[in-house]
Design a protein around this ligand. Structure first.
Ligand SMILES: [Zn+2]
Length: 60
């Protein structure tokens, strides 16, 4: 799920709107970094590949 919450730069209020603050029409920013960064995803895939190779080696 994508992080939909936005925070207004001007008044600091949170909103689900993506364009402009509904309270003061200020610019919106993403208040938190994504819960799962792309790096975590890569680490997971790398781990899976590693595990897969290990399993193959054990079979032979
Ligand atoms: Zn605002």
């Amino acid at each position: 799920m994508r992080w939909l919450l936005r925070k207004c730069k001007r008044c600091g209020k949170y909103t689900l709107r993506q364009d402009r603050c509904p309270y003061c029409n200020g610019e919106l920013v993403i208040p938190h970094p994504a819960r799962f960064s792309p790096n975590d995803k890569y680490i997971k895939y790398r781990y899976m590949i590693k595990y897969e190779i290990k399993r193959k080696n054990e079979k032979t």
